[in-house]
Design a binder for this molecule. Sequence first.
Ligand SMILES: NC(=O)c1ccc[n+]([C@@H]2O[C@H](COP(=O)([O-])OP(=O)(O)OC[C@H]3O[C@@H](n4cnc5c(N)ncnc54)[C@H](O)[C@@H]3O)[C@@H](O)[C@H]2O)c1
Length: 382
Amino acid sequence: MKPATIGIIGCGVISDAYLKGAARSPFVNVKAVSDLRAAAAEEKSRLYGCLALTLDELLSDPDIEIVVNLTIPAAHAEIDRKILAAGKHVYSEKPFVVDITEAQPLLDQAARQDLRIGCAPDTFLGAGHQACRRAIDQGTIGRVIGGSVTIATRGMEHWHPDPRFFYKLGGGPHFDIGPYYITQLVNLLGPVTSVSAITTRAFETRTITSEALAGTEFPVEVPTTINGTLLFASGANVALTMSWDVYATRKAGIEIYGTEGSLFNPDPNFFGGVPEVSVRGGAWEPLPIDDLPFGVPNRTNRAGKEVADYRMVGLVDMAIGIRDRGPHRASGALAAHVQEVLTALERSSEQRAHIEIVSTVERPAVVGSGAGEEVLLTAGPV
Ligand SMILES: NC(=O)c1ccc[n+]([C@@H]2O[C@H](COP(=O)([O-])OP(=O)(O)OC[C@H]3O[C@@H](n4cnc5c(N)ncnc54)[C@H](O)[C@@H]3O)[C@@H](O)[C@H]2O)c1
């Protein structure tokens, strides 16, 4: 297949993951990068051997087919609109939008122009998460009745060079980390129909402790502890805790409960991890993941743990979909549904009411056994 030519807007922390991921795939070729901070774009251009362009230059480059939006959340929708207006496909980092009313118009604009929208996360394509999907689809734990999700950390100000955007509109643990978890739940269980939650914030201000801005105090503008429940169209009822106010927890990840057993789903922030099942109260047993792609650890994370990180695979899947006119998995419709759910958590708390979810979406296609790493990253024509 002819590789898709890509431009990247936003040259901050996460851009390295995309630039390295692109270098692994014969299906995508990064031609140019751009950033409000020209020096940031120039640095990535030198490091990865691509052009550093202004936004207008990048958007008017006739070779560029897909533009990856790695700007801060508050800029996502505006940049996406500009990318579509320039006649190019969009692949955005999460959260898809900050204001949920911007999601459907973006999807409509893309559909009118026969353009694609893709959106992170793509971690649900990883071996650990696809193995969970396979177990559920095979009925290993019977009919799913519920589940539990816990994300609990002390926030972002100890590691990110400028963590302030995480605490402004579009931030908070639900918008920042929530998409990984809700996307995997939708991958496992299908669409959500109703949401309820109470949200709070433990601190009105926080202080940066990471290097460049250490000592800077800044205001917290979003909820930082969210406890909620999700009702799925399937009837499953899932409890949710997402917090950046917590120093330590012994609960983590996703558990799914079925009529025949329970499933532990590893951290959907990464592609790998070993899922486990317990059938009818029996011992926890690991699920096989070796036949599935994107599970082999390939980097060490900030905590010194070996993790599987294949970010960019969702984009490569979209590039292949554009060429063969097939569907892509990390789609705008999936991201819009997930974002509606996350937004509804805040609305539910504000209104002290259950919120019905208007959008619906089909579960993305599975990544088959043995078909992925080679097909999506290194193989010949599809
Ligand atoms: N940092 C991570 O580990 C991580 C992981 C997954 C996803 N993300 C997501 O990726 C996105 C970027 O995160 P980051 O950590 O790289 O942020 P960052 O602050 O390090 O980088 C964002 C970059 O976007 C640029 N930018 C902002 N507005 C712009 C505009 N209008 N036009 C052009 N450039 C603009 C900024 O100058 C900056 O260089 C966020 O949506 C975040 O949620 C980050």
